[in-house]
Design a protein around this ligand. Structure first.
Ligand code: PRX
Length: 635
């Protein structure tokens, strides 16, 4: 059993120990796992080179820690409860034994398809149990999975397939999302058509639509599984062998394929899951995140399954068939821990109290949030109306790069404060630095958030580009990992995340690089250039505001060009990256050296049109007045 902290005194005591002796702490946690061979050295690291190795010399397979390790006691316990998009369709329950069987069978399908240890397998699927089976089957044979969120466009998928050099793509005919049916296979076909590496696709039947199957390339999941053997011995993996690649946005246009290791990720995701949510035997845990993002990887799949939990997975959206869907699921399955994003809370809060009227919610013990800052009003609504004033809220701060939760209350143990992620997880050493890199000691300080010491769950590199890894995370403040977030440490030593300090924006909990959106807008044939900034949005947290230089828009006038820019962004990235506001401008505010003054554009987007600070370096101050004037009609 993974050790669990159960009192505040225990947290304080253990935390001190964990930062004085991190390797001792993480070796002790690792002892509760099954290793084919134990490690020779707990940690080897050099942040200046972006070099981190945990549990060097150890041999293991992560799926043995999910299945073989749990089978004796938990074979008949539900591992996954799957709730479909349409409430009138039956839910599915896969026990640990059933999930194990399917994983072994699909592992054999992958082997028979020519996939070997170290090969990359891409996954582009809706939220169905077969997505989990696909990931675990990859891990079983040592293939590296790379899941792409099924809201991404063909172009984004194709970029990711090529970057990872994926040999095989696992996908589905389509997917259900609320009232919509998503043509997943069609998007996958377009993506595969523009990349050479993928030679085979395995297609799950979900919507039953007629989809073209390319002979020799596309194969049906159910046909391959039909005669697949249930015997499969797990591959032996080294501690540092990559488990998966997951793409995320940064401040440049090209998404980064972050690589997570096998052993360190395993220990960290499981430890944090059990401790932060205070999961106990028999509990039903529901994480509403999509597996296409890191939250789904760490806290729907790996963390819970490694901890022997029952993880509830939901295919649909919180507002369909009505805005009571989450609460109905919680009552139906008697959910004990519920983990979601502030954006979902805000949108449900805005839809009114009537959706809560007939809901009981008494099974709930712990509530969690992730992905973006939670404002106080949403925190209180969640606390009072969902948690009925008796469930602690864990506001968990972390990132795709960190692999698991870094700063968060331990549920029911750490006293909470609305909108504060509170205190660090064991072994995590947050540091606040000023722009010059000077560490700000003590309490009541504000600056950039760095981490001063490695933890097992951290990403090890960017796939195919270690230099970029070092440059992005370890060069701004040499010797420290730089998160890209601003933070405040208050008078009690509690941490409050203030948001990104780089060109990354967080829209409905989706992380997007402004450069990525600009690249998509600039692809439009009538656009000369553009600048994208975030602005405060009551539901999404941040909205997307695009200033677009478009000297000769043709038919359809401004409205027409706006619509076609939206389409271009949907096509290049995905519908979730569409700007909320597009302002056509004749030029952008630039310095004499040609740099766009985003600070000014952010203020205008926020509606603060008289607080521009120093504008003496502006090449053409008149353009600012023009943009301010034009912005009035955008509101
Ligand atoms: O800005 C922080 C914000 O989300 C960023 C990480 O995004 P991503 O890699 O997509 O991972 C999201 C899920 C872990 C962070 O740099 N963020 C995440 N959690 C919080 C948060 N901001 C404030 N409070 C949080 N609890």
């Amino acid at each position: 059993m993974i050790p669990k902290i159960s009192t505040l005194g225990g947290y304080i005591f253990e935390y001190q120990k964990s930062v004085t002796n991190p390797t001792g702490f993480w070796s002790n946690i690792a002892d509760s796992f099954y290793w084919r061979k134990k490690w020779d050295q707990a940690l080897e690291w050099d942040f200046t080179k972006g070099h981190v190795k945990w549990y060097e010399g150890a041999k293991l397979n992560i799926t043995e820690n999910i299945f073989e390790r749990h089978m004796f006691f938990r074979g008949q316990q539900p591992a996954i409860i799957w709730e479909p998009n349409d409430p009138s369709e039956a839910h599915r329950t896969l026990t640990y034994e059933a999930l194990f069987l399917e994983t072994k069978k699909f592992a054999n399908v992958l082997l028979a398809s020519g996939i070997k240890k170290g090969d990359r397998v891409a996954i582009y699927m809706p939220m169905v149990p077969e997505l989990v089976i696909s990931m675990l089957a990859c891990a079983r044979i040592g293939a590296i999975h790379s899941v792409t969120f099924a809201g991404f466009s063909a172009q984004s998928l194709s970029e990711r397939l090529q970057d990872a050099g994926a040999k095989l793509l696992i996908t589905s005919d389509g997917g259900f999302r609320g009232s919509k049916t998503i043509p997943i296979k069609q998007i996958a076909d377009e993506a595969m058509g523009s990349c050479k590496c993928v030679s085979k696709a395995i297609v799950l039947r979900r919507t039953g639509e007629n989809v073209p199957m390319l002979a020799g390339r596309d194969f049906w999941w159910h046909e391959l599984m039909e005669n697949s053997s249930v015997e499969n011995a797990a591959e032996t993996m080294d501690a540092e062998d990559p488990l998966f690649i997951l793409y995320t946005s940064g401040s440049t246009g090209k998404p980064k394929g972050l690589v997570h290791s096998t052993a360190g990720y395993m220990v960290y995701s499981a430890y944090t899951f059990r401790n932060i949510f205070q999961y106990g035997d028999g509990d039903i845990y529901f994480c509403s995140a999509d597996i296409g993002w890191i939250t789904g990887h760490s806290y729907l799949v790996y963390g819970p399954l490694l901890a022997g939990a029952t993880s509830l997975m939901f295919e649909g959206v919180p507002t369909w068939p009505d805005a009571g869907r989450f609460w109905e699921i919680i009552d139906k399955h008697q959910v004990n821990q519920f983990y979601t994003a502030p954006t979902a809370i805000r949108s449900l809060m805005a839809l009114g109290m009537e959706w809560l009227e007939s809901k009981n919610l008494s099974s709930l013990k712990v509530l969690g949030t992730v992905g973006e800052p939670i404002n106080e009003a949403a925190w209180h609504w969640y606390h009072d109306h969902i948690g009925k004033n008796r469930c602690p809220i864990v506001d968990t701060w972390w990132q795709t790069e960190t692999g698991g939760i870094m700063i968060s209350p331990y549920a029911g143990i750490t006293p909470t404060k609305p909108s504060y992620a509170t205190l660090p997880v064991m072994g995590i050493q947050p540091m606040i630095v000023d722009p010059e890199g000077k560490q700000l000691m003590g309490n009541s300080v504000e600056g950039n958030l760095c981490i001063g010491y490695p933890w097992p769950g951290m990403a090890r590199t960017i796939w195919g580009d270690h230099d970029r890894f070092v440059k992005t995370y370890f060069s701004t403040y040499p010797g420290l990992y730089f998160t890209g977030d601003g933070v405040k440490r208050d008078e009690d030593g509690y941490y409050r995340i203030l948001g990104r300090v780089d060109d990354v924006i967080n829209v409905s909990g989706h992380r997007l690089g402004t450069a990525e959106i600009e690249n998509a807008i600039n692809e439009h044939p009538l656009v000369d250039e553009s600048a994208v900034v975030g602005f405060p949005h009551p539901i999404k947290g941040q909205g997307i505001y695009a200033y677009v230089v478009c000297p000769q828009f043709s038919t359809g006038g401004e409205e027409g060009i706006r619509n076609s820019i939206m389409l271009a962004v949907s096509h290049m990235i995905g519908p979730f990256a569409r700007p909320d506001k597009i302002q056509i401008v004749s030029g952008l505010p630039k310095t004499r050296s040609g740099k766009i003054m985003r600070r000014i554009l952010m203020k205008i987007a926020e509606g603060k049109t008289s607080e521009f600070g120093d504008t003496s370096t502006l090449l053409d101050p008149e353009i600012v007045n023009e943009i301010v004037k034009g912005s009035e009609s955008i509101r």
